[in-house]
Design a protein around this ligand. Sequence first.
Ligand SMILES: Nc1ncnc2c1ncn2[C@@H]1O[C@H](COP(=O)(O)OP(=O)(O)OP(=O)(O)O)[C@@H](O)[C@H]1O
Length: 258
Amino acid sequence: MTLQCDNVDFAHGERPALHSVNACFEQGQFSVILGPNGAGKSTLLACLAGLLKPDSGSARLDGRDVSSLPVADRAKMIGLLPQGAETHWAISVQALVALGRYPHRTGLGLSKQDRSAITDALNATGTSSYAMRTVTELSGGERARVLMARVLAGEPQWILADEPLANLDPGYQIDMLTLLRKQADSGKGVVAVLHDLHHAVRYANHVVLLHRGTIFAQGDMSSVITSANLAAVYGIDAQLFTDEKGLKQLLIHGKIAP
Ligand SMILES: Nc1ncnc2c1ncn2[C@@H]1O[C@H](COP(=O)(O)OP(=O)(O)OP(=O)(O)O)[C@@H](O)[C@H]1O
């Protein structure tokens, strides 16, 4: 299954955000959308999720226009973790995560499958120990993991996450990246907007590099994360290499003088 953008243009009012964007994402891959502030990453993710309808072109899930899918069908297929997601209701963690089952619900109560998906999501995100706490009383990092649990509870085929590492300490950042990697390895499609290039090269295997609303490069990590591309897009002097354990690492030397 593929999720793709064909010739997408999008402007927020008068402000252009995406121009002629063609990008293709596949299940089984951990894809990252990279690019400087304001490059259009969140806008692209929102178009892929069907939250924003392109001004021209389309976002397609297996050939079907995402923005024209019935909302419930779309919610079953695509789980979205929005940027800076907040929780305004004073409900329990368990109840919030259970909301992730909403697209699957047929009756009033939770089915056995609903309960099992909620338990799995709480366990996968390390949030089961505070399932009975009130979400508005959690720390930012705890809340971020609960919101990911809500996405996982919906058992979507695709997980779209906008800055999923925000508010997480280094240990939990690694847990989150490992979780996303596992989801991709299990056959789901994972697309995340990240700012941390070190984490991106280490955990993802497909990258879309945006620059000023257009695709600068896309493909596997080694072909996109080149010193020349990083210099042109971020203005940094950096080098991708493979360490002695066979892991991809990025060495950032600094900014290139203007
Ligand atoms: N609601 C909005 N109204 C007007 N302009 C917007 C709105 N949201 C985004 N933009 C503009 O659209 C462009 C792309 O924004 P977007 O949030 O997609 O970038 P981004 O790459 O995700 O940025 P960041 O890394 O800073 O989160 C920017 O020029 C931004 O100022």
